[in-house]
Design a protein around this ligand. Structure first.
Ligand code: ADP
Ligand code: MG
Length: 687
């Protein structure tokens, strides 16, 4: 056998043949390192086991007890069954292992054993253990606290086999693990060594010890990412200098004086932060986060005007034509007193119109342009693009964003998003990205009242909708599906639209959903915007829709089918005018779930983002882990948010001392980061 190293393939380990190696590969385990980092997903110990007397028929439980008696009994069919009766403080439980008479030689009376499996009824309660562990002598105090790790398993390789495998090699493998953090740093951040942490997760003395080990591993996982993000940001900012804008107070001051309303404090602060960035030589890369209606557009406009008063052009890109049109209209109105006319560039323009618009951009005649991804087409060139604004930036691919930025020489970048994200996700997704938050809503706008209504109140709700429409108001009804189906007993958009059209001849009903072709869908949305439609029945395609101030009611059917963040986005479609708006949540059953009560009780997007994350974490661990855009194996959110802060501090400390992690003490860390994130190769190479 070759000398054992962390990158040695697992086949070289004793007890791993070709078949097992295949099974391990399915779990993503190829090397010795992978095996060591295959972590238990739970632990069984005295605090998680069921007292013997409490194990009920039909349950699947883990129990610990002392063997009182044992023996092999033949069944009538001749099968030999090993029996053992266990006892703990609560009582007795019989366990039976059919066909495993040999266990008679394994077990001894007086031993403390852990068993796990289903409880069935067979002349009384009886467990058919799927697995067992002999913990030791009942009177040996050392065995009392034994904690049993349970590993993710796969077909052909049970978690018990994995446990035995890891346990049998642990002592030989742990010494191979170097620590990527030097002892002084570990001490400063009160972290155990990597070797200690790995030993603790695989062979814990207590569940608390296992958790302490897991936290070190989670910090390392987060540290690698934070190092990448910090490094990427550093390179982006220093690699290419941006334009150093000067506040000439021409356009910007003119706009401030011409605005029909005062800016909110949050808007003022955001504009100040943006101007600070833009007047520096480093490139701006800032995110403006704020719920719908908090007034991000005008904030972006100030940034664009600062570019303009420095003889640069500015471009605003939106994900849909409707949104682009809306921005264009808003900007046109706001800029009118300044004598500035923004350009609009959309895919649906005629070839001649596009050509003319492109010519104006190239010559510099157009200083401010709003558009869709039509802006990133090859034919589009700018004379001097100084600022790029991207609305709902998460709806664009990295390439599209990069393509727009590539149309200028290191233009400043401002990103807008109406999807507030929890701090933990912001940190993992964007690292140190600068963010300006708009939490305050402009005054003078109608509030949104959220009500939860049950099926028995449906008639009254629909009567209210009809009245609203008849009085010239507009409403949205959102449903989770387009068509009815046998599989799911859900109300569908198509059916709803048909029913309402038949029932309410005096109201104009529109329908939009994702199966309509974009031009058709856009036309319906335009008709709604122009007030030609009173009731718009829709699926979530209107999630990032248009700003219709006259629409004051949002009804959401089957709200349990939507995430809280999604419900919040939908709610934000109303409350855009001065009238009071309503968001009505129509439950499927008479019981109102707590989550919907919580939703109705707050309209703080950041709070809802936290609730949403928590909900997704509980519903689907992996989903929540991945929702940061990064797949974490060890770290869990939001639980590990504190670790994230710690990892970030650690990354800063490391990079301050050694920006490219080039010192000898940091090389193994750099190697690990680059192995995990191949992109890092470039980032850590440049000085
Ligand atoms: P967001 O993009 O954040 O959803 P918008 O920028 O579209 O919000 O602004 C929503 C509406 O509020 C627009 O009609 C805008 O003109 C208006 N608005 C923006 N800021 C203010 C303010 N400070 N006071 C009053 N109205 C404002
Ligand atoms: Mg907006």
């Amino acid at each position: 056998m070759p000398q054992l190293r962390l990158d040695t393939p697992v086949q070289f380990l004793k007890g791993i043949g070709e078949k097992r190696a295949d099974a391990l590969a399915r779990l993503g385990i190829h090397s010795v390192h992978d095996l060591l980092h295959h972590l238990p997903h739970r632990y069984i110990d005295a605090s998680t086991v069921t007292p013997l007397a409490k194990a009920r028929v039909g349950d699947d439980v883990a129990c610990i007890g002392t063997v009182m008696s044992k023996g092999v009994l033949p069944t009538r069919k001749g099968l030999r069954v090993f029996h053992a009766v266990l006892r703990d403080e609560s009582g007795l439980l019989e366990c039976a292992w059919p066909g495993q008479a040999f266990l008679d030689r394994t077990f001894a009376v007086g031993q403390l054993v852990l068993v796990a499996g289903p409880i069935r009824f067979y002349h009384g309660r009886q467990m058919a253990p799927r697995e067992y562990v002999i913990l030791g002598d009942a009177d040996d105090p050392a065995s009392a606290g034994r904690v049993l790790p349970v590993y993710p398993a796969t077909e052909g390789l049970s978690h018990k086999q994995i446990r035995v495998l890891i346990d049998s090699h642990l002592d030989a493998l742990i010494p191979l693990v170097p620590d990527v953090l030097d002892p002084a740093l570990r001490e400063r951040f009160a972290l155990p060594s990597l070797a200690e942490a790995l030993r603790a997760v695989h062979r814990p003395s207590s569940v608390a010890a296992a958790e302490a080990g897991r936290r070190r591993l989670a910090i390392d996982e987060l540290l690698d990412l934070q190092l990448m993000l910090a490094r990427a940001r550093h390179v982006a900012r220093h690699g290419q200098r941006g334009t150093r804008f000067t506040v000439h107070k021409t356009h910007t001051t003119a706009l401030r004086e011409a605005l029909p309303w005062p800016l909110t404090n949050d808007q003022k602060k955001a504009i100040r932060e943006i101007f600070d960035d833009m007047t520096k030589a480093e490139r701006m890369h800032r995110l403006v986060m704020g719920d719908v209606g908090t007034g991000k557009t005008v904030v972006a406009l100030f940034a664009m005007l600062l570019a303009l008063e420095n003889d640069c052009q500015a471009a605003l890109m939106a994900p849909t034509e409707l949104l682009a049109e809306q921005h264009h209209r808003t900007l046109t109105t706001l800029l009118e007193p300044l004598g500035l006319v923004p350009e609009l560039l959309l895919g649906r323009l005629s070839a001649a119109e596009k050509k003319a618009a492109q010519a104006r951009l190239r010559s510099g005649e157009t200083t401010l342009v709003v558009g869709t991804h039509a802006l990133v087409q090859d034919a589009v060139a700018f004379k001097r693009l100084g600022l790029v604004v991207i609305d709902e930036q998460h709806r664009f691919g990295v390439e599209q964003r990069a393509a727009l930025m590539g149309k200028g020489e290191a233009p400043d970048v401002l990103l807008l998003t109406a999807t507030p994200i929890p701090r933990s996700l912001a940190l993992t997704r964007y690292g140190d990205l600068d963010a300006s938050l708009l939490r305050e809503r402009p005054p003078g706008r109608g509030s949104i009242r959220t009500a939860v209504r049950t099926p028995s109140q449906r008639r009254r709700v629909f009567e209210f909708l009809r009245q609203t429409a008849l009085e010239g108001g507009q409403v949205y009804i959102v449903l989770p599906v387009i068509e009815e189906s046998e599989k799911a007993d859900l109300r569908a958009a198509q059916t709803m639209a048909k029913t309402l059209e038949a029932k309410w001849p005096d109201v104009s009903v529109g329908l939009v959903h994702g199966k309509l072709k974009t031009p058709v869908r856009d036309q319906v949305m335009r008709d709604f915007r122009d007030g030609k439609i009173g009731v718009l029945v829709a699926t979530t395609v209107i999630e990032v829709g248009i700003d219709v101030a006259n629409a004051t009611v949002m009804v959401i059917e089957h709200p349990e089918r939507f995430g809280l963040a999604q419900l919040h986005q939908l709610r934000g479609r109303v409350g855009r005018g001065s009238k009071e708006s309503h968001c009505i949540i129509l439950t499927t059953g008479e019981d109102v779930p707590d989550r919907l009560r919580a939703f109705a009780a707050t309209d703080d997007g950041f709070k809802i983002a936290e609730l949403d994350l928590e909900e997704r974490r509980q519903g689907d661990l992996l989903g929540a882990r991945q929702s940061g855009g990064v797949d974490f194996k060890v770290a869990r959110f939001p639980d590990d948010t504190d670790l994230l802060t710690e990892a970030r501090a650690l990354a800063r400390t490391l990079l301050e001392a050694d920006p490219t992690l080039d010192q000898k003490a940091h090389r193994s860390l750099r190697d690990r980061v680059v192995t995990r994130y191949p992109k890092g190769e470039v980032l850590f190479r440049v000085g």
